[in-house]
Design a binder for this molecule. Structure first.
Ligand code: CMP
Length: 141
């Protein structure tokens, strides 16, 4: 039996500023992710800090939360078999200098911080991140 998995992705403020939203969403659809929910919003620095709490002790935390609250983002709930790993493959390496050809970060990221897209790194992280942005009733059946 096929097991569907859900993951959370964010089109980050740098990619929104570059008018890359459509191109990135096209990649999700072409790669057989089903979009369960999607919204555009701005988050505060405090909300960014809550979302990225796991990185609170990292030297880049202040800069990361400034950046993530610097403009509109698009958050999507995605579903497919193996969604967490497949999305991370499609995104490419965190540092675009190491991202493979054909990945979203290779095309749109300009630095390790301004790296265009976020994707959950594990199934339990995905559950937390999905519930951070979406209530259950907002997800397509
Ligand atoms: P993301 O997948 O959103 O998860 C955490 C983010 O922290 C990561 O993408 C990068 O944008 C950022 N990040 C990770 N490492 C560094 C770093 N060394 N310097 C600056 N930002 C970083």
């Amino acid at each position: 039996m096929k097991t569907l998995q859900r993951t959370l992705t964010i089109v980050k403020p740098d990619a929104v500023r570059k008018n890359a939203i459509g191109d990135i969403i096209e990649q999700f659809e072409k790669n057989h992710f089903r979009i369960l929910a999607m919204k555009m919003l701005e988050i505060s620095k405090h909300q960014a800090a809550q979302f990225y709490a796991v990185h609170a002790n990292r030297p880049f935390f202040n800069s990361l939360t400034d950046f993530m609250s610097s403009g509109p983002i698009v958050v999507l709930a995605l579903e497919k078999e193996n969604a967490v790993a497949d999305l991370r493959k499609l995104m490419g390496a965190t540092n675009p200098a190491n991202a493979e050809e054909g990945t979203i970060r290779k095309k749109w990221a300009s630095s390790i911080e301004h790296n265009a897209i976020h994707g959950s790194d594990a199934e339990d992280t995905a559950r937390f991140e999905l519930s951070f942005f979406f209530a259950g009733y907002e997800l397509a059946q």
